[in-house]
Design a protein around this ligand. Structure first.
Ligand SMILES: NC(=O)C1=CN([C@@H]2O[C@H](COP(=O)(O)OP(=O)(O)OC[C@H]3O[C@@H](n4cnc5c(N)ncnc54)[C@H](O)[C@@H]3O)[C@@H](O)[C@H]2O)C=CC1
Ligand SMILES: NCC(=O)COP(=O)(O)O
Length: 349
């Protein structure tokens, strides 16, 4: 029976992080192994993998790393093992995997790991979830009915709390945080998806998370327009005047420090970024191009959930899987970020 609230018998920052294996044929196993190998250099918090020990061993062999693995049966065995071996909670699904060639057959393992991690967090056994990337197209073929982790985790959390959980995606690099208002939406469908309610709900969630998870006492948020020149007073599109600006005005009256709608082309240079703590963008690439261009080692963070979830900001990189070419830095930053958010939530700073 799922617990309806997180069991907080131990402070969250005293618990290990759960890492879901992600797409076994992608670079997920490799970046997890490399992150563990660099645990001391980066002073990483203890973490354990939920997945398949055989897949991790094979990934280590592929990249020529000798990997001490410790199969654990419960998260409370993680911290003692972590210094000397990578702790793995084996889900008992033995599958053959070829790097770079994902298969829908692994979907139960991929999704089961995410579900199990969520359960551990609600059980008070893990501080948060760090997800290795999933191959979305392959999961869709297997019947997965969510755009990605962000929405799937809202559903899983809602199964626990029944509170109608919703989630917001944020990407964070060294000196930029961005939130895409519309996420995995085809460009042609973006204008119709931009509503006052979506803007309002997203900004309230973002504002709260900047305080709760990042310790900012008075967050400053910049909002991009949709059209060139933020619509040029209506000559190049009306969404700024009819939807975006009125929604922002209402939130300003409630005391939020919000600028915009701003022309998107001039809001990401150094001086502009210094004027805000996070940017709300209207669509996926408007948000993700600047953040990944400035810093490809960034972190994807799910805001608004009762659980902590972070992820590397890149995908499965099938083109380099199994070749020892994947950088673990985004995964390392995701692990550090999850621990930091858990600490903020525990200390309520
Ligand atoms: N959180 C998640 O689960 C995410 C999953 N994806 C999924 O990943 C799959 C592939 O997506 P793409 O758009 O091709 O993006 P991608 O990030 O997998 O790859 C884009 C390019 O960056 C390179 N790259 C990515 N990570 C790297 C790393 N750690 N070190 C060195 N090079 C790296 C790849 O080799 C490729 O050339 C798709 O199914 C997508 O939906 C994408 C983003 C996030
Ligand atoms: N492009 C970002 C992305 O796909 C992340 O998706 P999610 O699986 O974290 O929801």
């Amino acid at each position: 029976m799922p617990s309806s609230t997180i069991n907080n018998s131990l402070p969250q920052d005293a618990l290990p992080l759960a890492v879901s294996l992600g797409e076994p044929a992608g670079i997920g196993p490799e970046i997890i192994i490399k992150a563990w190998a660099e645990r001391q250099t980066h002073q990483l918090p203890p973490f354990f993998v939920i997945g398949a020990a055989a897949i991790l061993q094979q990934a280590a062999l592929d990249i020529g790393i000798t990997l001490p693995l410790r199969v654990i049966s419960s998260p409370d065995q993680c911290t003692a093992a972590f210094d000397s071996a990578l702790p793995v909670l084996d889900m008992g699904l033995s599958l053959s995997v070829t790097s770079g060639k994902p298969s829908a057959k692994t979907a139960p393992l991929v999704l089961g790991a995410i579900e199990q991690a969520t359960q551990f967090i609600f059980d008070g056994k893990a501080a948060g979830l760090v997800t290795a990337p999933i191959q979305k197209s392959v999961l869709y073929d297997a019947g997965f009915d969510f755009p990605g982790h962000t929405e799937y985790l809202a559903k899983l959390c809602n199964d626990h709390t029944g509170k109608g959980e919703t989630s917001v995606m944020m990407l964070m690099g060294k000196d930029l945080r961005v939130v895409p208002l519309t996420v995995h939406t085809a460009l042609k469908d973006v204008p119709a998806s931009i509503t006052a309610d979506l803007i309002t709900d997203t900004l309230i969630c973002l504002h709260h998370a900047l305080k709760q998870d990042f310790g900012l006492s008075a967050p400053r948020i910049a909002v991009a327009g949709l059209n060139p020149h933020a619509g040029e007073d209506g000559a190049m599109g009306q969404e700024e005047q009819t939807v975006i600006a009125p929604a922002l005005d209402k939130l300003r009256v409630q005391g939020m420090d919000i600028s915009g709608p701003l022309p998107a082309d001039t809001m990401f240079h150094d001086a502009a970024r210094a004027r805000y703590d996070a940017a709300l963008c209207m669509y996926h690439d408007q948000a993700l191009i600047p953040v990944k261009t400035l810093d490809f080692d960034g972190v994807n963070i799910t805001l608004g959930l009762p659980i902590v979830r972070t992820s590397p900001d890149h995908g499965t990189a099938l083109n380099i899987a199994g070749q020892n070419k994947a950088s673990p830095m985004s995964m390392i930053n995701a692990l550090k970020c999850a621990a930091e958010i858990a600490r903020h939530r525990t200390q309520k700073v």
